[in-house]
Write a protein that binds this ligand. Structure first.
Ligand code: PEP
Length: 253
């Protein structure tokens, strides 16, 4: 079965101590993950080692960075290179979150560089895509997301694209409390999978997890994750509450 992933995105929230406590409380729930399930925690850079130590030896639990540089190394004050993440054994990195695109000017071509650097360092990119409200209102979301995927990912060879996780996050649903309906999520996920199939073939497209992001909570996770092309979620607000995120992990197929 395709991997099913509940990914927490803490963004720029929680102190170090609050982060430790959240992981402690969550791990006390002792949710046993099946072989194909993952619970991933995208924490701020200074917490990566702490989170790695807490999750060490817990089957299916892993840590993610929230971003990395599009440069390999050098005089780029304040940046963090994929190679640095590899050197502390970080297995995942969120790339192209809409907040990075909007507030830090990241475009599809810059993201293509970040994807390559992550893959070179054996880090799985959790690649975010998704349309703003005016694009959805113009019913142009499929073309918009297709362009994001094409420009950032479709330069990859077949064996490289298989290492990617995609997160479809309609921007109008992020942090707004306005979730896409299960039908809207499934429709876009199916479209993304068809678009992957057209480029890479069905067997590759069927292996790539596509997560949904946008106001996922304990109360709606089962319905969303129940859709055949939705392979879990990337979760912001609700991941800051241990019991809420625990219900989301439990909702994985
Ligand atoms: C996100 O940050 O990726 C996200 C989906 O946020 P939220 O769950 O708060 O909408």
């Amino acid at each position: 079965m395709r991997q099913q992933i509940a990914a927490a995105n803490w963004k720029m929230n929680l102190t170090y101590q609050q982060g430790e406590q959240l992981l402690d409380v969550l791990l006390k729930e002792a949710i046993a993950l099946k072989d194909h399930q993952r619970a991933v925690f995208a924490v701020p850079f200074p917490y990566l080692i702490m989170a790695t130590q807490k999750l060490d030896g817990k089957k299916g639990y892993a840590v993610s960075a929230q971003n990395c540089s599009d440069k390999k190394s050098g005089a780029y004050t304040g940046e963090v290179a994929a190679e640095m993440l590899k050197s502390i054994n970080i297995p995942y990195c969120v790339l192209g979150h809409s907040e990075r695109r909007e507030y830090f000017g990241e475009d599809n071509l810059t993201l293509a560089q970040k994807v390559l650097l992550c893959l070179e360092n054996n880090i799985t990119p959790i690649f975010c895509c998704g349309e703003p409200l005016h694009i959805r209102e113009a019913n142009a979301q499929q073309e918009f997301v297709a362009t994001q995927l094409k420009e950032s990912l479709f330069g990859l060879a077949d064996d490289a694209i298989r290492k990617i996780v995609i997160a479809y996050e309609p921007i109008w649903a992020i942090g707004t409390g306005r979730t896409a309906s299960a039908a809207q999520a499934q429709e876009m996920h199916k479209h993304i999978r068809e678009f992957l199939t057209a480029k890479y073939g069905a067997s590759t497209a069927n292996e790539i997890p596509i997560l949904y992001g946008g106001s996922v909570k304990g109360a709606n996770a089962s319905e969303l994750f129940g859709c055949s092309d939705v392979d879990g979620g990337l979760v912001g607000g609700a991941s800051l509450n241990a019991s809420e995120f625990a219900s989301i992990i439990r909702a994985l197929k």
